[in-house]
Design a protein around this ligand. Structure first.
Ligand code: ZN
Length: 182
């Protein structure tokens, strides 16, 4: 391969690879978070959270040696979680007044805008929408919203008005609802 060939190969590769995503991992109020780099209309799909699908027992054993990683795992089904590792999902922070919501669509976990989003807005969601009645994990919240609940945990302990609103918006997945009646 000549130098000429290599140059053209490299530039065509550059053209095929988008140089930036519509969001970035950046410093936010609490450590690092996902921040929008462009506008999104309400209901827009912003990104897909990717990761490894692991069993509940795998997450349990993770708590012993990798507690941060375990805390980043997102409920994905009755007995499974999505482990984002160091992918963007690890930086999707909680807020009690979230800008986005998670939707599981088949095997995909999508981050969808709950309102119009401007560049610089943090892409938060409410962790409780994906915490079942059998999820014992809780977190002290420092989101700074006036409506902050202080402690975040299982969905069925949400304030009644918040839970009713989330249900109306379809934010509580069936597999999460099912944990309360099991
Ligand atoms: Zn809060």
């Amino acid at each position: 391969m000549t130098v000429m060939d290599m140059t053209s190969a490299r530039s065509s590769l550059g053209a095929a690879t988008p140089s930036r995503t519509p969001y970035a991992v950046m410093p936010v109020r609490n450590g690092r978070g996902l921040v929008a780099l462009q506008r999104f209309a309400r209901d827009a799909v912003i990104l897909e959270l990717r990761g490894r699908i692991v069993s509940a027992s795998t997450v349990w054993s993770m708590w012993d040696h990798e507690p941060r990683r375990a805390a980043n795992c997102i409920r994905f089904g009755p007995e499974s979680y999505l482990d984002p590792g160091s992918r963007p999902g690890a930086f999707a922070n909680h807020s009690c007044e979230p800008a986005t919501a998670l939707f599981r669509e088949g095997r995909r976990l999508l981050v969808v805008a709950l309102r119009a989003i401007r560049p610089g807005d943090e892409l938060t969601h409410d962790y409780s929408t994906f915490l079942g009645a059998d999820d014992v994990w809780t977190m002290r919240c420092n989101c700074g919203e006036r409506a902050c609940r202080g402690r975040i945990g299982r969905f069925d302990r949400l304030p009644a008005a918040t839970l009713a609103r989330y249900r109306r918006l379809g934010l509580i997945p069936d597999f999460i609802e099912a944990t309360a009646t099991a």
